[in-house]
Design a binder for this molecule. Structure first.
Ligand code: ADP
Ligand code: MG
Length: 348
């Protein structure tokens, strides 16, 4: 069999870990990214630097690969769709179109009778005046947000006056959920009714950025089963191929809500590299490249710490215990609030 080449759009840490997983499965990789310093070029076989609308760079990329996937959801739908006409893009671009738009995403989830927080579309400043019912709330850009970027807390209608935003960009107002906990489910869908699903992961955010994840999540069996069921329904409805993450809120009355869907491997799943027989990255590659599905087995419980900003310098010099695994994303520049690496600790 001739060797398969996987194209990965996006070259951050998720792209790096996908390339490493592919390599272990003897699949070669070409990373295409609009950042000339993209860290994933350290782990892929080839690297193409170009803007996501650069026709000749896209053609070059398509010619070098057999199948294409992506590491983040904010790639223009048009680009994914054009590529998909020539070579298969998985997960399919129509999935991305729904999920990269916070309102389309929540509408889709509600149609499945799955709970989300209450929300409304905000297209102009005056739309907010009648939204007292959704306060306290969070105003978020409808597209292109990540790690809490483009989010504005609104406690009362007075807060609206001090907002300095471009309403025409498109916003969603979400009612704030009184959080008890956040969890996520990572699921890999191979084909109709064929899944590998990881147990729920408990997540702690600081300043809207993920700080810690751990398994097992301390939740009731009811929430465990409900979250797995909802994630499976979402993956099935999307006819998804690859690894998907569903982020959930649990409120103080133990109600479960879907916060958002990530149509890709996810930060909370980094601990699967060390805690399971098959990681979320390997499972993604197995699904999109149509390799064998291997039943999941947990080898250990685990905790993951995200290393943000200049904390990385401490970890670069730290002596590791036998149960600790450090990943340095090899980013050229240390920036405040930037994810620079992570540490996984196997706990038993
Ligand atoms: P991002 O795309 O940046 O990950 P999220 O919508 O997941 O955006 O928000 C990031 C974090 O902010 C969440 O994990 C949660 O901690 C907090 N958050 C966001 N929306 C709400 C909400 N409606 N109620 C309570 N907390 C929220
Ligand atoms: Mg999120």
């Amino acid at each position: 069999m001739s060797q398969l080449t996987l194209g990965i759009i996006g070259g951050g840490q998720l792209g790096s870990m996908l390339a490493i997983a592919a390599n272990n499965l003897k699949i070669s990789t070409v990373v295409f990214c609009d950042d000339i310093n993209a860290p994933a070029q350290n782990f892929s076989n080839k690297f193409i630097y170009g803007q996501y609308d650069d026709k000749s760079k896209i053609d070059d990329f398509i010619n070098k690969v057999d199948v294409i996937t992506y590491e983040f959801e904010n790639i223009p739908y048009k680009t994914l769709n054009e590529i998909n006409r020539i070579k298969p893009v998985l997960p399919k671009p129509s999935v991305n179109r729904i999920i990269q738009h916070r309102i389309a995403e929540k509408d889709f989830i509600n149609i499945l009778n799955i709970r989300t927080t209450r929300y409304a579309s905000i297209e102009k400043k005056s739309d907010l005046n009648s939204m007292g019912d959704l306060l306290p709330g969070l105003l978020k850009t409808v597209t292109l947000g990540y790690d809490g970027k483009g989010q504005y807390p609104i406690k009362s209608l007075e807060d609206i006056n001090s907002l300095n935003i471009e309403y025409s960009d498109g916003y969603i107002l979400e009612k704030l959920v009184k959080l008890k906990k956040e969890i996520s489910i990572i699921i890999t869908r191979f084909n109709n009714q064929k899944y590998e699903i990881y147990e729920p992961i408990e997540n702690i955010h600081e300043d809207q950025i993920l700080k810690h994840s751990k398994i097992p999540a301390e939740i009731s069996d009811k929430i465990l089963n409900q979250s797995k069921l909802w994630a499976t329904q979402i993956a099935e409805e999307l006819k998804y191929v690859g690894t998907l993450c569903v982020e959930f809120f649990i409120d103080r009355n133990d109600n479960l809500y879907v916060n958002e869907i990530a149509p890709r491997v996810h930060n909370s799943g980094h601990l699967t590299i060390n805690a399971y027989n098959v990681s979320q990255f390997e499972n993604h590659i197995r699904a999109v490249c149509q390799l064998e599905q291997i039943p999941l087995k947990k080898n250990s419980n685990a905790k993951m710490i995200n290393i943000i900003g200049d904390q990385i310098t401490i970890y670069r010099n730290k002596e590791l215990a036998q149960n600790e695994f450090f990943f340095d994303y090899l980013k050229k520049e240390i920036k405040n609030k930037r994810k620079m690496g992570h540490l996984t600790i196997l706990t038993d």
